[in-house]
Design a protein around this ligand. Sequence first.
Ligand SMILES: Nc1nc2c(ncn2[C@@H]2O[C@H](COP(=O)(O)OP(=O)(O)OP(=O)(O)O)[C@@H](O)[C@H]2O)c(=O)[nH]1
Length: 828
Amino acid sequence: MNTVTAAPGSPAPPSILVVEDEAVVAMDLRSQLEDMCYRVCAIADNAREAISLAHKERPGLVLMDIVIKGAMDGIEAAAQIGRSLHIPVIFLTAYSDESMVERAARTNAYGYLTKPFQAKELRAAIEVALHKALLERQLRESEQWFAATLRCVGDGVVATRSDGVVRFMNPVAEALLSCGDGQGLDRDIGELMQLRDRLTGAPLESPVHRALRGQTVVGIDFGSMLLACDGTQVPIDDSASPIRGDDGVALGAVVVFRDVRERLAAEAKLRQSEERFRNAFHFAPVGMALVGLDHRFLQVNGALSTILGRSEAELLGVNQDTLGPPSELGPERERLNQLLSGHAEATQFEKRYRNIDGGYIWTLASVSLLRQDGEPLCYLWQVHDLTERKNAEYRLARMAYFDPLTGLANRAWLSEEIERKIVQARRRHHCFAVVFLDLDHFKQINDSLGHEAGDEMLQAVAAKLTGALRETDAVARLGGDEFVMLLPEIRAAEDVLAVTDKVQQECTRAVRIAGHDISISVSMGVSLFPDDAQDARTLLRYADSALYHAKSDGRNTLKFYRPELTARAVRRMQLGAGLHTAVQRHEFELFYQPVVSLAGDLVSSAEALVRWHHPSLGLLMPSQFIALAEESGMAVPLGDWVLQEACRQAAGWDACGVAVNVSPRQFKRGNLLDTVRRALAAAALPPQCLCIEITEDLLLENSEENLETIAALREMGVTIAIDDFGVGYSSLSYIRRFRPEKMKIDCSLIRNVATDSGDAELVRAAISMAHALKVSVVAEGVETEAQRLFLDGEGCDMVQGFLYAKAQPASVFEAWRADYGSSRHPAR
Ligand SMILES: Nc1nc2c(ncn2[C@@H]2O[C@H](COP(=O)(O)OP(=O)(O)OP(=O)(O)O)[C@@H](O)[C@H]2O)c(=O)[nH]1
């Protein structure tokens, strides 16, 4: 039992008001109380004073004599003090008749001591009273907490007794039931809180009654409607639960309910908004999709299916990254990442999808991110079809930049394209050519066959030009019969001719127009970037001016802006034109340069070198026409002729072999083995007498076919020499790999061999390595005795050069050889 007496260090001892009209008794009581460590705060001898002192002193306890001075007795005074101040009162009286005890009990007295009493009886009564008062105070406080809480909660709370009669309602319940000021108290809950089914209006039994009957928690049926006292109807939701006493017997029930109007409205709003979204999504004229964070379609609408030309089933689950060009995904990802990182609310960009036919669907995509609880959920895509607009734009651009008659680009495009080409060429340090082309006497076609025939001719020429050009070239029609071609990556003026020759040939091929086979020649003027001019206007002007010269020079020709280039071109054209018939006309001749074996000082073989006796240009060296022969497809027939001629002439040389240079092109295009076989057979030359000289380039190609051909030649007995060692890669690894019979050291290495220790070292090393591989060495370009001595000293096998003889016609060579053989002296 808790003690309320003063303890060391505890707060002040309980104070007691003593009400006693006999002063001696009062004094005695005070001294007894103080002995017990209580504090007597005051003594009163009548009821009025007692009530007043109780209000003033707020004692912890009142010891009240019943019969005291004045009109009011102690019982009445105690009733007032207890009612208003909740101070416990113990009656001390000499009277104990029943009516008085009964009256005192009704005041909720905390004790009743009959005088005389023992000090310990007094003390026990005081302690019990103080403790009971403490418990009651705690209970009152807890009730206040409870009541305050119930007043504050947002739900309606009604408590009933076990018979369903209402004994408590909080303010929310009063408001919901429209029944304030305690009007609902003491009424049956079923009558006070009438419930109806929200849809049918049928009355529902009070959940309190159900909870009391079933002694269990009962939820209010979803959809209950509360009929308030003023007739208003409120949808409510919640539950009732029984309250049981310590003995398990139901004391009553509590029903907690809340107005769900707002919630129902919010739910309805959400439903409507979902419905609206569904309708907006499915029936929107714009393509819409919910796309997962992994870019797969989660939901698509009909419009999107139509735009993409794929059914909903074909799209669902598909990663939309797979539907567009991968090169465009980077920028798209960046934009989506901005949404994910929260840097943007929505983003818009153009996106291309590939359609079923492989073409493109252009769209404008607006994408936003949907989140759930702040976390990214999926993307909402809105897709507008831009294909029509893009096509229209493209058509407009075509109209702006294209010539409707021929479908070629027009002048506007050309000027911009030249500017673009200038930028590119500058960056890459390249040259390009502007070729102005004009049809010759085009007016005659118009005049004789009509304008429409002229148009057809222009279209035919446009097609021919397009066909003759490479993909990187460009062509435009400026108007009338004028065209311009742009030829990028031109290394030399001659490169232009490769294209213009083709164009000229194409244009002169007849086309059938208006029932006639018509051919037309063209004149062309060429300017070059950057040598002639460095801006589009000047380049065009110069090309035009060159064209003017071509026209005034009789048409069907080409002029460069710079006359010296034209001269070069003319010469090349002359050569080109003659090359095709030169073999038939016997204009080629083989010259032979002897190869002398140092060991025996014998002429072991001769290298065949081709010369061209050009009818107007005189004797031409290979460097002047071999490249042209390669370009014009003459390399193979010329090479074949050289082989046959060399074999034919060497057949009479008696043990002296002949070396023939064979170009990579002959390996690739010609049937080299057959040609060699036929040439040997026709000349009855032993294969051992023929040496085929190849360059490193051929080996660098590393082609199986080349290797097979080389192997077959060796099998036939033909000797293989690697030419020009010391030029290009000069990789000994090739020598090691292909093991030719001979290796020819280029004259550029031999030139300073007697004077430059570096070159001498190189040649020495090359010779010793070749010998280690059992490859014999021929030194080319030997001009001095010192070179010969050095080479001889290093064990070089053979030498070739002016020290012995230049390349000379077969008959001269034969005479020289006979002379050399007999004299055994080198020519000077
Ligand atoms: N059919 C047709 N003719 C055109 C068109 N535009 C221009 N022409 C004609 O093309 C001709 C161009 O003539 P020119 O280039 O000056 O003269 P040419 O007869 O070709 O003589 P040369 O160029 O000096 O060899 C003119 O008769 C124009 O009327 C067109 O779009 N269609």
